[in-house]
Write a protein that binds this ligand. Structure first.
Ligand SMILES: [Zn+2]
Length: 395
């Protein structure tokens, strides 16, 4: 059994020129599809020399085949994305394309396709024992549907990789854990009636917040009833309340389901500095979550693949992904951030508040806290009441 963590090397992805064209074509920078976000996050583990460690194997990203994309997406949708990536067509709105979050830009088919190839290689490489676990930084495009783009997502790498695994290992069960601050609606949709893939999404749910789905009552259908878990949280949920959710709702369901494979969409956008969302997590929670996920996998002799997901403050996103990578690869983090990386961030006009990996502790003010606590308690009890009996879990 390999001791290595596969990390997907984005060299070919970053060498594409389409992102530069996108910036040239649009006045506003796209929060996901922009070079600063990709460069800042990728360069942190490189400059911190974590990628040089013998526990990590850099694996080149590859393009998925048409057949692989077709494990989830409609052929007409794939064709449109490929065509758009070169010249554009008239079918934009039908496929959710050419919107604010899913702009049409040169080579967008390749950008999104590389993430699918990486997710498949991550999952299949871990499943076969080639790698101990794997991390694809820029993957986690959980909003994409069979024939619709949404929320920065064109192809759903999570769904395709899990479907590929299920095809190869039909008797194995997958836990899809989605801690991105947005509801994992595309992945939920793909496995809604499937009892072999348990999807757990913990996310912000508030007025007007994207995508607007992800209520506790969405528990799956048919044979899949009870295998779709949603834990909505109110804005300003902090570390303390978030962790209560993890321990009182997620861990018992995980243990009852006994997954063979865990696919984790981290999502650094629940961090308190994220500009697109309103949760107030610090790096402490991400650190604790990573250790807990890794240990739960290890204790059950399970397998783990990780994708980065959202995260729109490049500095905090880089730190979170690097911390998770170092943890699952068992590589020590340097005590401070590399000076070279701080300079890179400054060149990009990004603010670095602290030279280390932690954040200043944050606690919600007492008055607000009471309301948040009530809402979180409601979510947790609803999950316990609706789903625990199905899995024979005692409260
Ligand atoms: Zn997100």
């Amino acid at each position: 059994m390999s001791k290595k963590t596969a990390l997907f090397d984005p060299k070919k992805f970053l060498n594409l020129y389409g992102l530069d064209e996108l910036e040239r074509l649009r006045l506003e920078r796209n929060p996901f599809w922009n070079r600063i976000r990709f460069e800042t996050t990728w360069q942190l583990p490189v400059m911190a020399e974590i990628t040089d460690h013998s526990n990590i194997e850099l694996v080149p990203m590859r393009l998925a085949t048409r057949e692989e994309l077709g494990l989830f997406h409609d052929p007409s949708y794939i064709e449109t994305i490929e065509l758009f990536g070169n010249q554009g067509t008239a079918f934009a709105s039908r496929f959710g394309l050419d919107t604010e979050s899913c702009p049409v830009f040169p080579q967008m088919d390749q950008y999104s396709n590389y993430l699918v190839g990486s997710a498949i290689d991550a999952v299949m490489g871990v499943a076969s024992g080639k790698y101990r676990n794997a991390f694809s930084f820029f993957g986690g495009l959980h909003h994409a549907l069979e024939s619709k783009a949404g929320g920065f997502c064109y192809y759903n790498d999570c769904v395709i990789a899990i479907k590929k695994y299920r095809e190869e290992y039909p008797n194995k069960r997958v836990l899809y854990l989605d801690t991105d601050v947005h509801h994992g609606d595309g992945t939920q949709h793909a496995f809604y009636d499937d009892p072999n893939v348990m999807t757990i999404s913990v996310h912000e749910l508030s007025m007007g917040f994207y995508p607007g789905t992800g209520r506790v009552e969405e528990i799956g259908s048919g044979d899949g009833e009870g295998y779709n878990v949603n834990i909505p949280l109110p804005p300003l949920t902090d570390d303390h309340e978030y962790w209560r959710v993890f321990e009182d709702a997620i861990v018992p369901l995980w243990l009852a389901f006994t997954p063979d494979f865990v696919f984790w969409d981290v999502g650094a956008d629940a961090h308190m500095l994220d500009p697109l969302a309103d949760l107030m997590l610090t790096n402490d929670t991400y650190n604790r979550m990573s250790k807990t996920v890794r240990q739960l996998v290890e204790l059950s002799d399970g397998k783990l693949a990780v994708v980065g997901g959202g995260g729109y403050n490049p500095v905090s996103t880089a730190k979170i992904w690097t911390m998770v990578l170092a943890d699952i690869a068992k590589v020590p983090l340097p005590s401070t951030l590399p000076a070279e990386w701080i300079r890179l961030c400054q060149d990009f006009d990004l603010e670095i508040k602290r030279g280390g990996w932690t954040d200043r502790p944050f606690r919600t003010e007492e008055e607000t806290f009471v309301n948040i606590r009530r809402a979180v308690t409601d979510s947790v009890s609803n999950v316990q009441n609706l789903l625990f009996p199905i899995h024979g879990i005692e409260k």
